[in-house]
Design a protein around this ligand. Structure first.
Ligand code: UDP
Ligand code: MG
Length: 317
């Protein structure tokens, strides 16, 4: 049995030494307890700090460590996809490099898979302690909205920290979409998932790469990727406005017949024109979102570009 552990890294020079030290212990524990082999597959997501240098060093010292390095920053989604494609294990795990995902949980995950009852064991955040309240609020709203309008269930608090069987990995790799939203993809492929609760811990060193803005864009990507409900919004709004305006026409005709037609109503007219213009632009914007994603998908660009892997450096004289 080979277990691959995929670790996306972007500017993680501060956290990596701690991470490797912890992982060495966990790998020893895994091998000792279950007799399996473990490979660590780091994916350097185009870091411009010393991350790649550290990874080269790790791979040189330890045969169990492999790495891939991107030509630029392609994002964590791309890094996870590259890792899944290159992992050789029968079981494949994904975890962050900042030790926010406790390595000790890997053993529990492995045990869950070995029991044969599950195809995937994933960590799930029970609470959002230590997070800015505004961010928690928006996160909660996001899960509410997306689960209402999408057929794919997006589990609240589910994170990318998980271990999967080969079959599930192959299913995920077969989804070669350019606009990737893993929370949706993991759930879309199905399979039996066991959820392990875990507490959020502070990252060991360095800082988070997710700004509020980045998270907002990511959530829009999730909605556009896994629901077409916003497209129907235009029709619904249009229908409501049509009915409303019909009622108003009848009202105005009756009023004119009864009281004549004194000039007036300019301000309300201006408001209506503005309102309708706004609604139309908003709906066009939604259309535009889907069009843009379709445009990018049809280009069939690669999801990531490799600049270097450990195999090449190993063969260099
Ligand atoms: N990461 C990445 N590419 C990016 C951003 C992040 O590979 O563009 C990696 C990062 O190195 C870390 C993981 O994704 O291993 C999670 O990132 P981070 O800890 O910044 O996010 P948070 O835990 O705050 O959600
Ligand atoms: Mg983190």
């Amino acid at each position: 049995m080979l277990v691959s552990i995929i670790v996306p890294c972007y500017h993680e020079e501060a956290a990596l030494p701690f991470f490797l030290r912890e992982m060495r212990k966990t790998m020893a524990a895994l091998s000792g307890e279950f007799g399996c082999e473990v490979e660590l597959l780091f994916v350097d997501d185009g870091s411009r700090d010393r991350t790649l240098e550290l990874l080269r060093g790790f791979a040189g010292e330890d045969k169990r460590v492999r790495y891939l390095s991107f030509s630029r920053n392609f994002g964590k989604e791309a890094a996870m996809y590259a890792g899944l494609r290159h992992a050789r294990g029968d079981y494949v795990a994904i975890m962050d490099a900042d030790l926010q995902h406790p390595p000790a949980m890997l053993r529990e995950m492995y045990r869950g898979l070995r029991s044969g009852e599950y195809d995937c064991v994933a960590a799930r955040r029970e609470n959002r302690a230590g997070e800015p309240p505004v961010r928690s609020f928006f996160a909660r709203q996001f899960y509410k909205v997306i689960n209402r309008i999408s057929d794919t269930e997006i589990v609240e608090g589910a994170c990318d920290f998980r271990m999967m069987k080969r079959r599930m990995v192959d299913a995920i790799v077969s989804m070669g979409e350019y606009n990737r939203f893993s929370k949706g993809i993991f759930s879309w492929v199905g399979f039996r998932t066991k959820w392990l609760p875990y507490e959020n811990v502070e990252r060991v060193a360095g800082e988070t790469k997710w700004s509020f803005w980045k998270l907002l864009l990511y959530s829009i990507q999730g909605i556009v990727g896994f629901s077409t409900a916003p497209l129907a919004l235009a029709s619904v709004l249009g229908l409501v406005l049509c009915v409303g305006s019909l009622i108003m026409v009848v009202y105005i005709i009756i009023k004119t017949l009864l009281f004549g037609d004194p000039v007036g109503g300019w301000p309300s007219m201006a408001c209506m024109v503005l309102f309708l213009g706004g609604v139309q632009l908003f709906c066009m914007g939604i259309l535009g979102q889907y069009l843009a994603k379709t445009y990018l998908e049809t280009k069939r660009r690669p999801i990531y570009i490799l600049a270097e892997t450990d195999e090449e450096t190993a063969h260099e004289p």
